[in-house]
Design a protein around this ligand. Sequence first.
Ligand code: HEC
Length: 109
Amino acid sequence: MATRLRFLHVAGAAALLTACAPGLAVPADADVTRGRPAHPDLTLDELNQGRSKYVAKCAGCHHLYSPAALEPESWRGMVAEMRDRSNLTDAEEQAILTYLTVMSTRPQG
Ligand code: HEC
């Protein structure tokens, strides 16, 4: 019984973590297809990693802006500007930028 309770506790914590950024666009296959011309090797996994990095690195000082809030060109400038504030590595900057620019061109329904 104790083991089962502990398992439930851990599962609950994981659910809370993923719910951390409610409403933030979650990548789907259509986003990969739309992003491919600009990023030929793009994968769904890569977009999801970019989303995770964005949540982890960019939410410390202000709310997370929706990718749709800015045009891809503006995101390029903005991420470059925020890079030092977030202590991003090159790989993290690239992952976040890919997520934001690809998702910013998602058709709004
Ligand atoms: C250390 C604090 C800090 C972190 C971390 C941070 N920001 Fe910011 N951000 C700010 C502040 C302060 C502003 C207010 C405008 C300014 O000073 O440029 C801002 C403004 C913004 C804006 C709005 C600009 C506008 O025109 O209204 C966007 C978009 C943004 N940040 C994106 C990001 C992204 C993407 C990341 C992660 C790579 C990030 N921020 C990480 C402090 C931070």
